[in-house]
Design a protein around this ligand. Structure first.
Ligand code: TPP
Ligand code: MG
Length: 281
């Protein structure tokens, strides 16, 4: 068990990693990585019952996490490395030729922690359903977690998966949406308004919980609530109200940092706002 302050310290370091990785590669996705940081840290450092080493691709008898919005790979790689899946120093190879840390996660690189290729948006919840069904068949009572982006919900496939989970009473999945109201080319309200997302999920048969996705204490307590709701013949959706670019003032309140790297000066300005807590890679 970690304290909320310990989790916040991990989140600060992970945010530093994200900025340094994207700067080092001169490409990558900062905005959504920073909005989902607190959630992924809470999951991997507090909530999930998982075994980083040795890595088991099947995820049997452990909780598994499926990242559907694979472009936030800087965040995912940092959290995996810092929770023991592979050496932290490997983060320096992000997006480099022959690196296991490609721009979008892929299984052919055999990076411990990665169970599906993602980045082509819309597919993660469908994979999570397959894993949740396998767990039921195998009498494995561990859970499947899945994160999607809010812009990602413009795709059709998530809604097929959402309909399936509700109608088939899939009750060992906890899904979440990084509800940062931004996507690659603008505000979600301008691109394609999501309208009443909570009501939509409820209409599809889901239990919906909401929290400030950038408040560590709230994220942990909401995840605990979600866990209590599993096994009751309903899928569970968390709406994480977040801010794109969270943690760096000039990266917030805009979609501009969805997928661009900082220059040297912006790197220094950003790092000055994020304390080094666990040591840089
Ligand atoms: C199938 C597919 N279509 C388009 C893209 C290009 N794309 C990458 S990220 C993104 C925006 C997704 O928005 P959101 O899920 O809100 O992520 P955020 O911008 O908040 O990180 C798009 C359209 C893609 N990766 N896959
Ligand atoms: Mg978004």
């Amino acid at each position: 068990m970690s304290s909320v302050n310990e989790l916040k310290d991990v989140a600060k370091q992970v945010r530093r990693d994200i900025i340094r990785m994207v700067h080092g590669a001169a490409s990558g996705h900062i905005g959504g990585s920073l909005s989902s940081t607190d959630y992924l840290v809470a999951l991997h450092f507090e909530m999930m019952d998982h075994i980083p080493e040795p890595f088991d691709m099947t995820g049997s008898d452990q909780d598994v996490f499926i990242l559907s919005n694979g472009h936030i790979s800087p965040l995912y790689y940092s959290v995996l490395a810092r929770s023991g899946y592979f050496p932290v120093k490997e983060l320096a190879t992000f997006r480099k030729i022959h690196s296991r840390l490609q721009g979008h996660p892929a299984t052919m690189e055999k990076l411990p922690g990665i169970r599906i290729a993602s980045g082509s948006l819309g597919q993660g919840l469908s994979v999570a359903i397959g894993m949740s069904r396998a767990k039921k068949l195998n009498k494995d009572d561990k859970l499947v977690y899945c994160l999607m982006g809010d812009g990602e919900l413009d795709e059709g496939q998530p809604w097929e998966a959402i309909a399936y989970c509700g109608s088939k009473k899939v009750d060992n999945i906890i899904a979440a949406v990084d509800y940062n109201h931004k996507q690659i080319d603008g505000d979600t309200d301008d691109v394609m308004p999501l309208l009443d997302l909570k009501a939509k999920f409820e209409a599809f048969g889901w239990d919906v919980l909401e929290c400030n996705g950038n408040d560590m204490a709230e994220v942990v307590s909401t995840l605990n609530q979600a866990k209590e709701l599993t096994g009751k013949e309903k899928p569970i959706m968390l709406l994480l109200h977040t801010e794109m670019g969270m943690g760096v003032d000039f990266m917030m309140h805009t979609h501009k940092w969805h997928g661009i790297p900082p220059n040297d000066e912006q790197l220094e300005k950003a790092l000055a706002q994020l304390e080094e807590t666990l040591g840089d890679y």
